[in-house]
Design a protein around this ligand. Structure first.
Ligand SMILES: Nc1ncnc2c1ncn2[C@@H]1O[C@H](COP(=O)(O)OP(=O)(O)O)[C@@H](O)[C@H]1O
Ligand SMILES: [Mg+2]
Length: 277
């Protein structure tokens, strides 16, 4: 199979008209991939994405063809999907203000052209979830764009439909997660077009790699929140004399174990299913 893309965490292969998305056990902190894998991470995130795709299928069709019809050595961590023409937009829904959204707000009082009330701080809950699209840059960093720009680029009807879908996916995900003690602060979706022109939800969905998950019982606006997945790795790495440029340090076994346990915990809490490897 032809490797057509290798991201920090996932590899993408073409198989005829299909794609095979393979999630590795690699972990990145501060955008640097560390040399030590977290065992099963790729499988856990793949299964979580599949679980969500199924539960969101009434909102919009998705790209999944099969999780089993994949090469043996990738079984569990790979998804066979429809190869789509991707739209050049990252569809981000935010229910809380943090990260680049917060930076933009502090500068302009807006995010992606959406005006927010004054007085918000790090991790503030927004009055209602908002759409804050960004460009999907092939090189360099994604940038906020306004909804009007998106509509101009891809057409008003498509933009309106995907805005509604994005906010609905976020609402449903956030509501379910809240019942299980997890705040989904924001999430990023990607959509593509099938050959018949229909819009399809692609990539991954509502995973800790595409979203910010916070433990609800530690939530406190005004300071950065702990992330539910990589926090152990980040905390440990910040104790090191490491300048956050490659190569990253080897992760000690106890941090690997704690991080793996955290991924499993998130999976089990969200899905209500036992992780059986
Ligand atoms: N069904 C699909 N058809 C075509 N491209 C897809 C599909 N699903 C996801 N992609 C693309 O595959 C790539 C997945 O790579 P990823 O591991 O996320 O790396 P990165 O985000 O660093 O480019 C992304 O560019 C995504 O837009
Ligand atoms: Mg990606």
């Amino acid at each position: 199979m032809e490797l057509i893309h290798s991201g920090k965490v996932r590899d993408v292969y073409a198989d005829g008209d299909d794609l095979i998305l393979v999630a590795s056990d690699r972990v990145s902190v501060y955008d640097v991939v560390l040399p030590t894998p977290i065992p099963d991470k790729g499988k856990i995130l793949t299964r979580l994405s599949l679980w969500w795709f199924e539960r969101l299928a009434d909102i919009i069709p998705n790209h999944v063809i099969s999780a089993t019809d994949v090469p043996d050595e990738w079984r569990g961590r790979a998804i066979r999907c429809r190869r789509l023409t991707m739209l050049p937009v990252e569809w981000i829904a935010r229910g809380y203000l943090t990260g680049l959204g917060l930076k933009e707000y502090e500068k302009n009082g807006t995010v992606s052209g959406v005006t927010l009330p004054p007085g918000l701080v790090e991790a503030s809950k927004l009055p209602e979830p908002i759409l804050t699209p960004t460009t999907k840059a092939a090189e360099g960093h994604d940038e906020f764009i306004t909804y009007a720009d998106v509509a101009e680029q891809i057409g008003a009807d498509t933009a309106a439909r995907l805005r509604d879908v994005t906010l609905e996916v976020y609402r449903r995900g956030a509501e379910l997660a809240a019942e299980r003690g997890i705040i989904i602060a924001d999430t990023k979706l990607e959509f593509g077009r099938a050959p018949d022109g229909s819009l399809v939800l692609a990539d991954e969905v509502l995973t800790p790699d595409s979203s910010r998950f916070w433990p609800a019982d530690e939530y406190q606006p005004g300071r950065p929140q702990h992330s539910l997945d990589k926090q152990f790795v980040r905390d440990w790495s910040s104790t090191l004399d490491w300048d956050r440029t490659p190569p990253g340090p080897e992760i000690p076994q106890e941090i690997v174990d704690a991080t793996r346990a955290r991924y499993i915990d998130v999976y089990e809490r969200l899905t209500g299913e036992r992780w059986d490897g």
